[in-house]
Design a protein around this ligand. Structure first.
Ligand SMILES: Cc1cc2nc3c(=O)[nH]c(=O)nc-3n(C[C@H](O)[C@H](O)[C@H](O)COP(=O)(O)OP(=O)(O)OC[C@H]3O[C@@H](n4cnc5c(N)ncnc54)[C@H](O)[C@@H]3O)c2cc1C
Length: 399
C-alpha cells in the first residue's frame, strides 16, 4: 500500500502565511495528491493584539509604497495586482462582510507635484486641482482613485475558515528552529516530518533557528482607532520622500466597513517600543483631522441653534477647522505594530534543504519581509511561493 504523502508546513499565520496556505490547498497537485497542509504559528488571528503580529494591527489599505524607480518593489507591486483583483472580486461577490470596503481614495502630496505612477492603474484615477479644494493645509498635488481597505480580523478569519474547508489544519506552536520540524512535539500535530516548509514568519525570521535573518528589522507603526461610521472615503498625505512609505511623513485615514476608522501613522525604523506614545497619538489625531475634517461629528461643527440668525461663513469655516481634542470622544483604542521590514526587501526564494534533528531533509521556501505592504501584496506573493513549492514536487504528484 503506498504510504501517505509527507505534509507541507506553512510556518506563520499572518496575512502572508494564511494566503499562502489557501493558494497551496487550492492548487491541483496538492488537491489531487491529497498532500496534507498544516499551518503552524505562535500567534493566531483571534489572539489578544501583540505588536509582533503585524497583520492584526495593520490599517489596512491597498496602496503602493513603491517608488517608481524602485524596480524591486515595483516588481512586488506587479505581484500585488492579482491581490487587488482577488480582493475586488471577493468584495463584488459578497460585499463588506468580507471585511473589504471599496472606496474613493484621495492622496495629497506636499513638496512635490508628482504621484506614484502605479496609482494610475487603479479604477477612476483622476488628478485633482488642489487650488479648487479649499484645504486647510498646504498641498502641491492631489490625486484620487478607487481602492480597497481591509478589516484584518474579519479577513484573516475568513482565510482560517477557507483553510479548514479545504482540508488544511491549523496549529498553535512555537518552532525554535527549522530542524525542529521532526521533533515529536511537531510530528504529533502533523503526522510525520514534512517534505517542505514555507517560512512566512515575518519578524520571527530574526530568531528562527536555521533562518536567523539579521537583515530583518521592525518598522514601528502607531495608529489610533476611532469610531466614525460616517467617514466612507480614504485620505493620505505624503510629506517628503515619494518612496513613501519608508521616508517622509505619511498621514492616513482608513475607514473600515464596521464604522471604525484607522488614523495614522508613524514609520519608526528599528524602534521596538511596543506601547503607544501619548504625544504621537495627539499628533496623529491632529494630522488626520487636518486632511479629513469630516472626521469631526456633524453635530460638533453644526452652527449652534440660531437665536440671532445664521453664523457668518467665516464662523462656520472656523468651526470646521477642528480644535485639539475634537476627536477625543471617538477614540476606541491606540495600537502599535511592527512591520516586518527587510534590508533587501521581501525574501521570496527557495533555499537549500535543511537537515532535521532526526536526519531527514526538508525543502524550504521563504516568503517573509513584506514591510508595510503585506496586505496589498499577499495574493501575488502567495502565488509565487506556491509556484516554487510545486516546481519541486516529485513528478508523480503533479500528474
Ligand atoms: C500600523 C501598521 C499599518 C499597516 N498598514 C498596512 C496597509 O495599510 N497596507 C498593507 O498592505 N500593509 C500594512 N501593514 C503591513 C502589514 O501588516 C505587514 O506587511 C503584514 O502584516 C506582514 O504579514 P506577515 O504574515 O508576514 O507577518 P505577521 O502578521 O507578523 O505574522 C507572522 C506570523 O509568523 C508566526 N511566527 C513567527 N515566528 C514563529 C516561530 N518561530 N514559530 C511559530 N510561528 C512563528 C507569528 O506567530 C505570526 O503568526 C501595516 C503594518 C502596521 C504595523
Amino acid at each position: 500500500m503506498p504510504s501517505a504523502p509527507a505534509p507541507i508546513v506553512v510556518l506563520g499565520a499572518g496575512i502572508i502565511g494564511l494566503t499562502t496556505a489557501v493558494r497551496l490547498l487550492e492548487s491541483a497537485p496538492v488537491r489531487k495528491g491529497k498532500i496534507p497542509v498544516h499551518v503552524i504559528a505562535d500567534h493566531l488571528p483571534n489572539d489578544p493584539l501583540d505588536a509582533r503580529y503585524a497583520s492584526t494591527i495593520a490599517g489596512a489599505h491597498h496602496l503602493s509604497f513603491a517608488d517608481d524607480s524602485d524596480t524591486r518593489q515595483s516588481k512586488a507591486d506587479r505581484r500585488s495586482e492579482p491581490a487587488f483583483e482577488v480582493m475586488y472580486d471577493e468584495w463584488r461577490k459578497e460585499g463588506e462582510k468580507t471585511g473589504l470596503m471599496l472606496l474613493k481614495q484621495t492622496e495629497f502630496y506636499v513638496g512635490t507635484k508628482e504621484h506614484l505612477k502605479i496609482y494610475e492603474q487603479h479604477p477612476d484615477f483622476i488628478i485633482n486641482s488642489v487650488g479648487d479644494m479649499k484645504l486647510s493645509f498646504p498641498a502641491d498635488h492631489s490625486i484620487a482613485f478607487t481602492s480597497l481597505t481591509m478589516t484584518p480580523l474579519t479577513y484573516l478569519n475568513r482565510l482560517l475558515a477557507r483553510i479548514s474547508s479545504l482540508g488544511g489544519r491549523i496549529h498553535r506552536a512555537h518552532l525554535p528552529s527549522l530542524s525542529h520540524l521532526s521533533h515529536t512535539g511537531i510530528t504529533s500535530l502533523i503526522g510525520s516530518a514534512p517534505s517542505t516548509v514555507i517560512v512566512c514568519t515575518g519578524l520571527g525570521s530574526i530568531s528562527l533557528g536555521g533562518v536567523e535573518d539579521t537583515t530583518v528589522y521592525p518598522t514601528r507603526g502607531q495608529v489610533v482607532k476611532v469610531r466614525a461610521p460616517w467617514v466612507r472615503n480614504g485620505f493620505t498625505r505624503q510629506l517628503g520622500s515619494l518612496d513613501g512609505g519608508e521616508g517622509g511623513e505619511r498621514t492616513y485615514v482608513i475607514p473600515r466597513p464596521d464604522g471604525e476608522v484607522i488614523l495614522g501613522g508613524t514609520r519608526e525604523e528599528g524602534d521596538w517600543y511596543p506601547y503607544p506614545r501619548e504625544e504621537t497619538s495627539r499628533d496623529i489625531l491632529r494630522r488626520a483631522l487636518e486632511i479629513c475634517p469630516d472626521l469631526q461629528p456633524a453635530h460638533q461643527v453644526a452652527p449652534a441653534l440660531a437665536v440671532s440668525g445664521p453664523p457668518s461663513p467665516e464662523k462656520v469655516d472656523e468651526m470646521k477647522t477642528g480644535e485639539e481634542g475634537a476627536l477625543d470622544g471617538m477614540v476606541v483604542t491606540h495600537l502599535v505594530g511592527f512591520r516586518p521590514s527587510r534590508k533587501d526587501g521581501v525574501r521570496l526564494e527557495r533555499g537549500p534543504e535543511v537537515k532535521l534533528e532526526t536526519g531527514e531533509r526538508v525543502k524550504v521556501v521563504y516568503n517573509y519581509g513584506h514591510g508595510g505592504a503585506g496586505w496589498q501584496c499577499c495574493w501575488g506573493y502567495a502565488e509565487s511561493a506556491v509556484d516554487l513549492v510545486l516546481a519541486d514536487l516529485p513528478a508523480q504528484a503533479k500528474l
